[in-house]
Ligand binder design. Structure first.
Ligand code: HEM
Length: 162
């Protein structure tokens, strides 16, 4: 793993990301746009899954999922660009490791929602309340993504190297 981190840091791309301040700033802005798309879409979906905003139809809310996935893809790509700057700085940062762990948990929660609830909740009549299991999944989703955003903001404060 150490060799791979060295390769990342010493690569042309890593050097470019370090030398060109604007490249890092642009990635930060795009990362932020990704957060907005992901969290914005999830907020509508999860609020409906919690049983609020019942005027929104469940199939309509679920049509926002591709926007959330697009936002996540943007975050993944720009996040990897940040890591190229100095992988050691990030992988020795406990908050970064917590953030990655929380992303995995949020992903598992989203897949569980897709497999265990989606079909059932789509069959509910217009304006109906959702069941307890769906509410739990939505609550956990909101909590995890909020913590992920918080970890993103806290990264510099807990950086050990650099
Ligand atoms: C999917 C993989 C992801 C990776 C590898 C990643 C990586 C990173 C890194 C390395 C930073 C620090 C940049 C710096 O040093 O200034 C950062 C910042 C941040 N990340 Fe991520 N991230 C990912 C996904 C996400 C997601 C899904 C969210 C939220 C939903 C998120 C929210 C944030 C926030 C709010 C910041 C702070 C940005 C700032 O202060 O300008 N990240 N991310």
């Amino acid at each position: 793993m150490r060799e791979f981190f060295f390769w990342m840091r010493e690569s042309h791309f890593g050097e470019y990301m370090r030398d060109q301040q604007w490249a890092f700033s642009i990635c930060e802005s795009i990362h932020f746009i990704g957060v907005c798309l992901l969290f914005g879409a999830l907020l509508v979906i999860d609020i409906r899954m919690l049983g609020y905003a019942r005027k929104i139809s469940i199939p309509w809310a679920l049509k926002l999922i591709p926007i959330a996935i697009f936002g996540f893809a943007i975050n993944l790509i720009t996040g990897i660009c940040f890591i190229f700057v100095d992988p050691f700085q990030y992988f020795t940062n406990p908050v970064f490791l917590i953030k990655m762990g929380l992303i995995v948990l949020a992903g598992i929660n989203a897949i569980y929602h897709e497999v265990a609830c989606k079909e059932r909740i789509c069959a509910l009549p217009e304006g109906a309340d959702t069941d307890t299991r769906t509410k739990w999944i939505a609550g956990i989703s909101l909590l995890l993504w909020t913590l992920i955003i918080l970890c993103g903001r806290l990264l510099p404060q807990f950086s050990i190297e650099g």
